[in-house]
Design a protein around this ligand. Structure first.
Ligand SMILES: Cc1cc2nc3c(=O)[nH]c(=O)nc-3n(C[C@H](O)[C@H](O)[C@H](O)COP(=O)(O)O)c2cc1C
Length: 358
């Protein structure tokens, strides 16, 4: 039952090794301001050892979804204060996932005159606007070398705002095809400056952002999430040698910072890639085996008991079971996720899943 034992991750004290995975739920308003309903949702899940918030945009042009919350101004920060106060009142811990959506959006969502990416390559596909209609993904502006400094500063400012709004830390979203991940892959990064070309050059921007955010808020409050070879949203990483070189460079560079944790989404957490990255990182590692199969209690126990990782990020079961820790501890049945309300608005399928005691 090591899964239920405490864990120190940098400055973060986790009561158990179950981490609520970051999950976009689109419940904020059109301006991206968090609200009391979101505070209630997260507070209901405070028995998880750590909550990672849904991906939060650090600048208007990096917003990926209507209903996604931001951390770009005081009004959004005040909304997040409702969330952090509620989670802390319930004895929980919460970090904010900082997510620059990169090219996974369109100006119909951002309301800006451009969207950005490492290179001017659009995703071949469609996204949904606020009115429910579909739109092609936009053609991104390839960020200039100078503009990268601004994007980095936006991450730093967002991290500062998050900490000032009461978050216990921040997690950099370097996974799942969004901006930081777009830098890592040769399919989405065809730059010819110092931030593209070789594996080391593709890793450089993620490393710089991690260093800058750690310098601002303290490395012990910063986590980083990666998803090597996840192959999502046209961010393809299909050459194993290139993947190891790229992520190896990244992990070697951030290891000396003393970050709170490295979170790895990969279908084979016990496989050689994840285990080599874990060894080279040297600190707390959280794993999640991805979307293929929903995380189960048996899988989570095995990952910890077999020392594959220090903690497990759990997604979909936490949507439907605010008291997942109690349920898994006691071997109880779980509520099923209602797919129709995952990305809907309002309380239904968000704050109304019953607890065992109800
Ligand atoms: C509704 C939903 C929203 C998600 N949003 C995010 C997100 O904002 N950031 C992120 O890093 N991962 C996101 N994920 C991925 C989850 O963190 C997790 O990796 C995935 O659900 C697989 O784990 P599970 O089998 O425990 O659900 C999302 C997953 C779901 C189901």
């Amino acid at each position: 039952m090591k899964l239920f034992s405490p864990l120190a991750a940098g400055d973060l004290e986790l009561a158990n090794r179950l981490v609520m995975a970051p999950m976009t739920r689109l419940r904020s308003d059109e301006r991206g301001v968090p609200n009391a309903l979101m505070a209630e949702h997260y507070a209901q899940r405070a028995s998880m050892g750590l909550i990672v918030s849904e991906g939060v945009f650090p600048s208007a042009e990096s917003r990926a979804y209507p209903g996604q919350p931001g951390i770009t101004d005081d009004e959004q920060a005040a909304g997040w204060r409702l969330v952090t106060d509620a989670v802390h009142a319930a004895s929980g811990r919460i970090v904010m996932q900082l997510m620059n959506g990169g090219r996974v959006t369109t100006t119909g969502i951002t309301g800006t005159d451009r969207i950005v990416a490492p290179s001017a390559i659009a995703i071949d596909g469609e996204t949904r606007l606020a009115d429910g209609s579909k739109a092609r993904y936009g053609l991104p502006h390839a960020l200039t070398t100078d503009e990268l400094a601004t994007v980095k500063d936006e991450f730093v400012a967002a991290a500062r705002r998050a900490i000032d709004a009461g978050f216990d830390g921040v997690e950099l979203h370097s996974a799942n095809g969004y901006l930081l991940h777009e830098f890592l892959s040769p399919a989405s990064n065809t730059r010819t400056d110092a931030y593209g070309g070789s594996p080391a050059a593709r890793a450089a921007f993620v490393i710089e952002v991690a260093q800058a955010v750690a310098a601002e808020v303290g490395a012990g409050r910063v986590g980083n999430r990666i998803s090597p070879s996840h192959n999502i949203q046209d961010v393809l990483e299909t050459d194993p040698a290139d993947v190891l070189a790229t992520y190896g460079t990244l992990v070697d560079a951030i290891a000396p910072l003393g970050l709170a944790y490295l979170s790895i989404l990969h279908a084979e957490p016990a496989g050689s890639l994840v285990q080599e990255l874990r060894t080279r990182f040297g600190g707390t590692v959280i794993v999640n085996s991805g979307f293929g199969e929903v995380t189960t209690a048996d899988e989570a126990h095995a990952l910890i008991d077999d020392d594959v990782a220090d903690a497990v990020a759990v997604g979909r079961p936490v949507i439907a079971n605010p008291d997942l820790v109690e349920r898994w501890r006691g071997g109880h049945d779980l509520n099923d996720v209602d797919q129709a309300t995952v990305y809907a608005s309002g309380a239904e399928g968000y704050t109304d899943y019953p607890r065992l005691s109800a």
